[in-house]
Design a protein. Sequence first.
Lengths: 483, 583
Amino acid sequence: MIKFDEAFVDASAPNAEAAKNGRALVSKSKFLSHSISEDETILFGQCQGSGSTPYSCSVDFARPDQPTHRCSCPSRQFPCKHALGLMYAFAQGRPFPKQAIPEDLLQKREKLLARADKPKVVSNKPKQVDKSALGKKIKVQLDGIDVLEKLTTDLVRLGVGNMNAKLASEMKEQAKQLGNAYLPGAQTALLRYTQLFSGNDGRYADNPSHRSEALFAEAVDHLCRLHALIRHGRTYLQQRLDDPDLSPEIDSNIAAWLGHAWQLAELKEAGLVENDVELIQLAFNSFDDTARREYVETGIWMSLGNGKIRFTQNFRPYKAAKYINSDDSFFDVVKVRELCVYPGTINPRIRWDGMESRPITAEDFQSVRSAASSDFAATVKEVKGHLKNPLSDKSPVYALNFRRVGKIGSTFIVEDSRGDRLVLSDDPFADEPQTCPLLPMVGSDCLENQTLIVRFHHDLNTRRLEAKPLSIVTSKAIVRLTF
Amino acid sequence: MSTALLAEVYNETRRLVIAGSSTAPGDFRLKKLVPSLEQVGAKAPVFAKLAEAGKRLIDSDEKSAPPLLMELISLISAVLYTQGATGFEGEVESIGVTTPMESTAQFGARTLKPVLEALVSTGPGRLDVIRSAFEQGMFSDFRLMTPANIALDDSYHEIGTFVADQILALYGENIVPVLAASFNPKGATGDGRRLRYMHRLNPVTARPYVLAAMEESSPEVRIAAIESLGAYPEDLSTLLELSRKGAKEARRAAFAGLSRIDDPASLAELRKAISGKSLEFVAQALSTRADSPLLDDLLEEFEKTAKELFAATDPAQLDQHLRRIQLLISALNGNQDPRSNGPLLELFAKRAVLVQMKGSSTSGNHLLYDIVRDMAAKSYPTREALIQAHRTLHADHLETAFGIAVYDLDPTVVFEEFSPYLGCSDNRKGVIIGVLTGESRGPYLRHPLGFELDARWLDAVITIGNYQLASRLAEPGDPRVHNLLQKVAAREFSKSEILQDCYGVVSAMVRFQHPDATDVFMQAIEKHGEHGGRGLYIPISYGELIPFLPKSAIPRLEALRPRLREPEGDTIAEFIESLKALP
């Protein structure tokens, strides 16, 4: 039986405009008819469009976690507003009389199910690798590492303080060689360095407004990262060149640093998959990554079963942004049959193919609080051990149970039940809205004996490990400070 | 572990990375640290490693230095990452949470982010986004509080004003710490807005900011600070000083402050201003006081100026006196003392002379408009005088007189006095109809038909065939109006060419709840709404009538929906939904 709410439809929409248009179709009564099948597994209807013939749209829940949207309209957005409108009409409780499934939909469903079964057979076969082609590719990548080394050496010889708009722009051009050498990750790492010397408008500037000691410290850290990438990347690629049967590394994120795009099938093959997982979104952010020239949406999720915090990332390159579904804040629990987990340590990236949802309950908030750390000292030790690796994620996310959030002078702090404290601050280099100024607005009940979702960051200038608050989890709600 | 030594090594190495690796070989400052590293390295191997890496760098040459410099900085950075300080000593204070927000709605990123960006970015179209978010109640989401504070500084004036006037009030005292934290006395208009709001909300807590701004601030903030003075005795000397010199806006603000203090010194300064060139600064300030101790001074100055006005012949002199008279009567506007009516009544009585006066940039006629406006607003005696003079008034002033008569006089008297104007052939007839239909733009007619009318008005209106006014005055079902509307509808439909030709009679029938209203509405749409196969066009003016149709019209309206043309169709659909939502 089909069951979902408007939040689920919102999440299915490719963007805010599509969701709005889908809703408008319902409010404008553009649907000439909408029905549900006898077995309550498929919604179908007719919607009046701009042409003389109405569009036939349907949403098939034969695979409940992966509904199939179909429509006869010519839209390139998927799902289109008509399929979304059909779902909104259902979620809003509009009457859906029971009807027999139209013949064409039955045929499409059979084909779909047959196709869905097919990969299982294929997946049992060992994947054929063209070793010669792989060897050639790795050689090109090794040459790319040499290029990266040369460029980094030039930057170090020049000195961080002598970078200017012209040099940053030239370096950006040179970085294209890394993309051509199948090293998009390394290319991005280099661009992130040059991006530090850009103004607020994303253009390179000789005197960016934020040029300061903090900027220099950040730039030095980026150079360390490039240095480590060259060393580890070369070793890793050389190993793969020597042994073509070697699979991509899963114990570290070096493959991702070099730009390896993990396929879900690869992750499953490597055993990086969890079954029947329930996830709750703790925080969300979307930003414009000018280095990658992409819009990026990041969700911070906790698995309710094991309490692990992982993140989803959705990349929408500028040129194709219109055609790629954007992610949004999600306020229900997501139920995933197969959760793929990328290689990584503290907060690896996750992805899934299909999902169902259910409303959040008080038990879910309790699960988050139970999984959170109540011992700041132990958490800090773990974070520090993690941060010393130059290729690690420099801003790991943790859930912390706290006794109180307060202020000492103008500094916000969070304190655990043992009296250990952490300074709360906003990371000036993070693409997230400032959250510390919001703390006085959340209400005093949120600031005592609750759970704080934080993103750690090491301030290289003051050499302090500090935390940025992302959300506060109480027994009744998740109070989001970002999105 | 010697963290001080580590920090020193990091700083020196970072200096080299900033300056460029060619400066590293033989660097003496780094060289000086190596022995200390070696000494500690005897006990802690990581220091020995650092000493070794440091020596290699010092002994390198320009070519080999870059990788060695990176090796050293990477090593020292990794060590420092494990040494990051945490904790913070001191007495923990609770965060100044004030009043809990009434609503703590949390919107998703897709909805919230465009509003946030509209508040903090630049570019066109942002005010619409902000207004729409305000109407949807999105500002109850506290995450918009800080961006709203930033928007006070917006270079687009309307955004800053909208936020200051409409949005800040939603947050009450919660936003004060945010405003205070970002308040810059040397800032621009936005900081002036911050100070005004803080003062309006709580003059006591805002006082330190006001005083700080008086010490040193930008002109915009200074004006806001001056406006906030006057509640404390020590403000007097400052205001006196400010009222005597400086920029016009500052003087105006200072006089406003002085007008709130009944002290001999402030009164003396205000008296001086009334009789001198500073009258323009005090007039507005005094107009808000109901019991000014300066009434005698104002009346005396009026008497003197009026004499000069009626004696003057030179256009430049006339200008000067007319302006002073305008300022003086505006200064008396809020005064409740019966004597304050005198100047208005005296000038009104001499209106025949007044309208003959022509200055070079103003005239007696302009002054008469102000006098009539102020008489209608001021007091019963001035209103009465205006009404009594209706037969001698110009149509514009008749509109004002009739507009107040319907509220002040007995309905019978109103009818007897004013209904004869319906028989006039000039624009006085239109003025009367305008007031009765509520279409008049006069400032005292904001509540059309919010007054009782004599029943004879309907007969008079039917007699002249004004179906629109008749349909408004009559009770639904009145057979005389029923027949009149039917006749007019038949006439208008036969000669109509476009939808708007029928609008008058359709709207009258809908509002009158004529039994044929739905038929007439549909007939008009079907006859003129279809254009070039692009769907059915219903203008918004027709859409606004939909909620007044009977509920029995819903099925017929629903049948129209799929045929509606975009984009007006969206709005029309909303009107249909409104009708459906009615009880």
